[in-house]
Design a protein around this ligand. Structure first.
Ligand SMILES: [Zn+2]
Length: 164
């Protein structure tokens, strides 16, 4: 028995009907999505895509971090990405807690001091989104021919609200 047995069993069933073997790994729909790690978000399904269609980069808050930019540059030049969506969401923990609040909650759970841990909280979600879209648009290795859009995903309605 391992902690992963149930998941590995599901994986064997998944493999039985697996159809992506030998797939080239490009984004077939030409799409990349930067979004939050939040479990309420299904980034492919929310825009009608499926496995193989898009590059997905996720982190707390759906922020355009240096690592997100690395992924987007690779996506654009090597993996067929032509449209980029930056998608933070409503009721995001990263945008609704202060750094101190998150540290306090984690410290309480961990039972040890968490004051040294950064969480990169978002104070103003719309301002951060505008800044993140600008980071992508102004990146020297992302050409102007690539469409970049900012959207806020509503985790209660499933709708994407165009923002930038
Ligand atoms: Zn979130």
């Amino acid at each position: 028995m391992s902690a992963f047995d149930d998941l590995l069993e599901s994986n064997r069933a998944f493999s039985e009907t697996f159809a992506l073997g030998g797939f080239d790994g490009i984004a077939h729909a030409g799409v990349a999505i930067v979004t939050c790690m939040d479990s309420r978000i299904d980034p492919l399904a929310m825009v009608g895509l499926k496995a193989g269609d898009a590059k997905i980069f996720r982190n707390p808050g759906g922020r355009v971090t240096p690592q997100a930019l690395e992924a987007l540059v690779m996506g654009v030049h090597l993996l067929n990405v032509q449209r980029i969506l930056v998608v933070p969401h409503t009721r995001c923990a990263v945008a609704s807690n202060s750094e101190e609040e998150l540290r306090a909650r984690v410290a309480e759970s961990a039972g040890v001091d968490a004051a040294w841990q950064t969480f990169h909280v978002v104070r103003d979600q719309q301002a951060s989104l505008a800044e993140d879209v600008h980071k992508v648009q102004s990146h020297p290795l992302i050409p102007a021919t690539v469409e970049v859009g900012g959207f806020i995903y509503d985790v209660d309605s499933g709708l994407l609200e165009p923002f930038v």
